[in-house]
Design a protein around this ligand. Structure first.
Ligand code: SAH
Ligand code: MG
Length: 225
């Protein structure tokens, strides 16, 4: 078999078929997102499953998402919560938040997921001021130019051993020495932090690759490697 004849999409569908089959709730959430005219920039099913597995791995009871869109990734994440777990998801666009709340309602997750409208920077400042309980996992997936700000604001909100994830951090811009994209600046900023241990997991797309940055908060020291 000629390896090069296989596309990224084929490998992704293989992962989906074994590990990330969508149920009706997830399928409908995607379809509603499209019907309501939202951009189709949600995570793939296999990446959604990766988020779900990571949340289970750290036994997440409190999850923070930045960038809700139609709630597709929120459903994958919130399904990893125990019955008394909670998730906060931040969204700028009221229309996106409305679509997401409907999708989360259909998923039976209304009690567990709090969609907060407004610019994420402001919502994050409020979370800090109100001294909310620390989060076990943060998923950054909103405006890329603010990724470094989101990182700086969320590190103090995460418990030691918790995860900070950032979507769309691997694209051609990171290989361009001249480029100063949000993704590239985020990768440099997370690599430079002594309180984070980070790697990027490549994510398959139908037409190329992308990446999910995964950081563990280690509290000021790096374990010997
Ligand atoms: N996580 C979603 C996709 C999010 S797309 C999923 O995979 O299903 C990015 C979202 O971030 C969009 O809905 C956009 O409206 C929102 N967004 C953009 N700028 C924002 C800001 N400053 N504050 C909060 N949300 C923002
Ligand atoms: Mg994304």
């Amino acid at each position: 078999m000629d390896e090069t004849a296989r596309t990224q999409g084929e490998y992704d569908r293989y992962i989906d078929s074994l590990f990330a089959e969508e149920d009706d709730v997830l399928r409908q959430a995607r379809e509603e997102t499209e019907r309501e005219g939202l951009p189709l920039i949600h995570v793939s099913a296999s990446e959604g499953k990766l988020l779900h597995v990571l949340a289970l791995g750290v036994r997440a009871r409190r999850i923070l998402e930045i960038g809700t869109l139609g709630g597709y990734s929120a459903i994958w994440l919130a399904r990893a919560l125990p019955p008394d777990g909670t998730m906060v998801s931040l969204e700028l666009q009221p229309h996106h938040a409305r679509v997401a709340r409907r999708n989360l309602d259909r998923a039976g997750l209304t009690d567990r997921v709090d969609v907060r409208e407004g610019p994420a920077i402001e919502s994050l400042a409020l979370i800090r001021e109100n001294g909310e309980e620390p989060f076990d996992l943060v998923f950054i997936d909103a405006d890329k130019d603010r990724y470094v700000d989101y990182l700086e604001m969320t590190v103090p909100l995460v418990r030691e051993g918790g995860l900070i994830l950032a979507d769309n951090t691997l694209n051609a811009s990171v290989l361009d020495p001249e480029a100063q994209t949000g993704a590239k600046r985020y990768n440099a900023a997370s690599a430079a932090r002594a309180d984070l241990v980070t790697v990027i997991a490549p994510v398959l797309r139908t037409d190329g690759i992308d990446g999910l940055s995964i950081s563990v908060k280690v509290g000021g020291r790096r374990p010997a490697s």
